[in-house]
Structures are given as C-alpha cells and as structure tokens.
Design a protein. Structure first.
Length: 286
C-alpha cells in the first residue's frame, strides 16, 4: 500500500530556522534506511508558508492569499511517499524517524486511494481505464531516450578522436571479452573479442551510447534508439507496441546489465532497445 507521511510544521520551521548539521545528518541516515528497505518513493522538505500561496474556491470565484498562514498546527513542513506492506509497517518506520523539529513535533500517515476504492462508483471501469492510460503516459514521460551508435569495429578509434577533438568523456566501457556470459558461437566476427561491446560517453550535455557491433566494417553501420522505462509492465507494453508489424531482434529477457532488455525494429524500420534501469557495469579502461 502507498502512504503519504506528512511532517507537520512547528514554530521553528515556520520561522524558517534551518536544521542543525546533526539533524540533517540523522535525517539523511534515516532516508538511506528507507531507500535500502525499498519503501521510499519520494520525500521533500517544504519552505515556510510565508513563501507559499493559497487559492480558495467558492463556486466560480477564486481568491488567492499569500502566506504566512497562522494556524501552524495545520501546516506542513515536508512529506514522504512510502510503499509499504501495511499501515503497521508504516507506523514502525515512522517511530524510527528522528524528531524533525527542535520542539515537539508530529508525523501524520495517510493511505492513498486506489481505483479499487471507487469500484462502486466506476462500475463500468471507464474511469479506471482512463487512469491506467494516464499512468502509462506519465511513466513514458519519465523515461529516457538515448542514441545508440554502431561503429563496425572502429568504436575505440572514434572514442579516442572524440576525446581529443571534442572533449568527450568516457563513463563506461566494456569489451566483449569482459562479458560474464559467453557469446553465442558464430555471433562475433573474428578478432572482435576485444572490441567494444558497450560504452557510454558524454559530449557536452548529452549522453551517447555506442558499440562496435558484432561484425566488421569500415564505417558507421547504423544506430538504435535506447529507451529506458521504469517498470516491467511498461517495458512489455512498449516492446509489444514496437514489435507489432515489426521484427524482434532479441526478445525481452534478463541480462547481466539490465533486469529486462530487448531489441526490436518497428514497422517503420527504426531500431529500438527497450530496457529497465540496472546497476551500471564496472567501467573499464581503454
């Protein structure tokens, strides 16, 4: 279940008093525990209400009021969003939280509504379907898209050139010989064992992904668009859409660099790599 943990404001937070170094460190350690436990989705502190506004609704009328607001016990100083197994688990974590204020303070825990709570109202499921479509749209808006270049055996030469003349910075470089899984027989061209299997480099403010590919050549052989999405459901849905009337080069499956990764060429001839984020492989030197 998803809950919001509300940090109630206090006279010191409303006065804009910053936390001590000790409290900031303690809160950082607590947040790290939440992240390590896999329950924290987000969390932020809020500036005093003196820097905020309220919009009051009365029929068609809208009235804007600038802070500060006087009812301190009703104001918020921050929040977390946790994904927990039960309210009991949320309470156990809340009791471990350092006191967020220099005076007595309160945390309030509120569960989120889910579409199941509106089942009686949305008996036909139209609103639930709309909500699901909206969630898919938001998930893709948060995905990342990078160009993936294939240099047909000249990737390292290109990297050296880009470093020298364009100020490129190599972040990750892996050779086929670094793969913990043996390459399928006949997949690599002879002499490609030490060629670049995958690398990431930055050029200006952009990240570029590149490889030698598996076959020899004298020039750039093509590119793919590498799409990283957040969840397995998003990966499956996007991959299926791209594969419709297209061609699957590599089905979605677990790899040593990603929990789920696949390659597909869509019906328009565009090559795609769809993947879930995974732990970055160890960087290798040239």
């Amino acid at each position: 279940m998803k809950v919001m943990v509300l940090v109630k404001a206090s006279p010191s937070s409303e006065a804009g008093k910053m936390p001590s170094h000790e409290l900031l460190q303690a809160m950082g350690n607590f947040n790290q525990q939440l992240v390590d436990a896999g329950i924290m989705e987000s969390g932020e502190g809020l500036k005093p209400s003196s820097e905020g506004y309220r919009v009051r609704f009365s029929g068609a009328k809208r009235t804007v009021t600038q802070g500060p607001f006087v009812e301190t016990n009703e104001l918020l100083a921050g929040y977390w969003i946790w994904n927990v197994s039960s309210m009991d688990e949320a309470l156990e974590w809340a009791k471990k939280c350092p006191n967020t204020m220099e005076e007595d303070s309160d945390l309030e825990i509120r569960p989120f509504f889910t579409m199941e709570d509106f089942a009686d109202i949305d008996s036909g499921g139209e609103i639930a379907e709309q909500e699901q479509a909206m969630q898919h749209t938001m998930a893709l808006q948060q995905s990342t898209l990078n160009n993936y270049l294939f240099f047909s055996g000249r990737c390292e030469e290109a990297l050296d050139y880009y470093q020298q003349h364009l100020g490129a910075k190599i972040n990750i470089l892996m050779r086929f010989s670094d793969s913990p899984d043996p390459m399928p027989e006949g997949m690599l061209a002879p002499g490609f064992e030490n060629k670049v299997m995958h690398c990431e480099f930055t050029l200006g403010d952009s990240k570029v992904l590149a490889s030698d590919g598996c076959g020899d050549g004298s020039k750039l052989s093509g590119f793919s668009l590498a799409l990283t999405v957040a969840t397995e459901a998003d990966a499956n849905r996007v991959f299926a859409a791209l594969a419709k009337d297209g061609e699957v080069t590599m089905p979605l499956e677990e790899t040593f660099w990603s929990p789920l990764y696949g390659q597909v060429t869509d019906q328009f001839g565009m090559a795609w790599m769809v993947m879930l984020p995974g732990e970055a492989p160890q960087t290798k030197s040239n």
